[in-house]
Design a protein around this ligand. Sequence first.
Ligand SMILES: C[S@@+](CC[C@H](N)C(=O)[O-])C[C@H]1O[C@@H](n2cnc3c(N)ncnc32)[C@H](O)[C@@H]1O
Length: 270
Amino acid sequence: MSSTEELREQVRVRYAEAATAVRGGATNVEVNHKLSDQLQIVDDGCGDSCCGGTTGTVDDGFGAGLYDAAQQGDLPAEALAASLGCGNPTAVAALRAGERVLDLGSGGGIDVLLSARRVGETGFAYGVDMTDEMLELARDNAAKAGATNVEFLKGTIEDVPLPDASVDVVISNCVINLSVDKPRVLAEMFRVLTPGGRIGISDVVAEDHLSAADRAERGSYVGCIAGALSRSEYLEGLAAVGFVDAEVEFTHAAADGMHSAIVRATKPLG
Ligand SMILES: C[S@@+](CC[C@H](N)C(=O)[O-])C[C@H]1O[C@@H](n2cnc3c(N)ncnc32)[C@H](O)[C@@H]1O
């Protein structure tokens, strides 16, 4: 295995374990505790990450605590328990009835299910994830929620299993930092969006002055810290594949000099 394949496999194993823990009845607090314990075996420098946290309490900074009570009330318990994001992309994407939405790295399905409600019967929400255990959990959650306008597809976010120009909105919650080929992910978002389509993404983003080594000092790769792009890298990467009107807005701290952020951009009409 190459080093990038090894890294991707570490990510897959970590999130497979999280899905299995939820299946075993773990709550959002417990699954994050469990993940942080495992992380400390792999990497003592995990930090207070979006994807696991090390404090042992679910707060407003990550996971289910990022969703308001009305949204939480609409979801199966297992979808909330599996929430491992660092934002609430459904709250920033301004979804409209009839739109087609794609969630990159859909995990237990929380943002796909919320998007499906927002776009209604005339719209559709897809999730893509590479981890079988997460896909099974998400499909079960969709059945429990009675969602009929959703589909969870197995695949990687570097090679999205959807045709060109097939969705109106791409969302993602704390996943792009985990990719081993981020330029490819940005290009795939552009490809699958219809002209005029937009992205509304939550991710961990570093301040520009932090080098790759600085980011790695602040937390592990699988814990969503070491692989984070800086704000300039995000903006340059989005422009390089053709996006316009890109912006990165820091929302809350994830580690020293690193933030949970909202990333927006548009695919031009022309
Ligand atoms: C931090 S969790 C976030 C899950 C979900 N977005 C949420 O907010 O709860 C990361 C998810 O992305 C998936 N993932 C990570 N890297 C991926 C890749 N390169 N391609 C597809 N899925 C990936 C993992 O399997 C996991 O389900």
